[in-house]
Write a protein that binds this ligand. Sequence first.
Ligand SMILES: O=C[C@H](O)[C@H](O)[C@H](O)COP(=O)(O)O
Length: 244
Amino acid sequence: MAIPCAHFMASEKAVLENGILMGSPTSMASPVILSQDELKKIAAYKAVEYVESGMVIGLGTGSTAKHAVDRIGELLRQDLDTYPVVDLAIDGADEVDPFLNLVKGRGGSLLREKMIESACKKFIVIVDESKMVKYLGGSGLAMPVEVIPFCWKFSAERLRKLFEYAGCVAKLRTFPENGEPFVTDNGNYIVDLYFKKDIGDLNAASDAILRLPGIVEHGMFLDMATTLIVAGELGVTIKNKQKN
Ligand SMILES: O=C[C@H](O)[C@H](O)[C@H](O)COP(=O)(O)O
């Protein structure tokens, strides 16, 4: 089903599919300034074009995924039958590197999302262009790690030491209004890691984190995304990657 990008005139829509430019902006078109939320919506609507009747869909959380949920609900009311099977996950991300590795969980939902999204045949990531980074951690914002509350300080210090070479700072996530720890939907805490430098080999970093006792999961989603949809001021870019 073709879903028009309401905020783009046809002539302004540039779509890159597997690196091939499918259209380009015209020089005559006047620039359209879109808000970050409008870009998120464009990426989400594009992702919903991948949904077919009969699929089981895994839907994530966050302000970007919400647009996909709303759109699917709208289409279900209009066109689609409900089916008891889901083959495709659609979710937002906090960071995306050039290889489609992700940071997720700044909203606190990483464990359940990782469980669902690692089991899906297709996982479409929808972001606005502000989420693109050269390397994971490159935004300078949090890379979340879900930890067992027992001895969390000990776990946080071990995480910090693991990435000392990258200038890591580890902070328990708390509510600013009362300083109480944020508790995940699994009853755990989140330690946010901040890096000053590239942490290097992501698989090695993942293994090292998961080997620590008291660590439940981390927010690096490596080699999981099969499609990336990025909405930016110049249009929608789509990148596909084969799942291992
Ligand atoms: O914990 C939250 C999820 O991983 C979200 O998918 C992620 O934080 C992106 O959220 P948003 O689309 O609101 O930026």
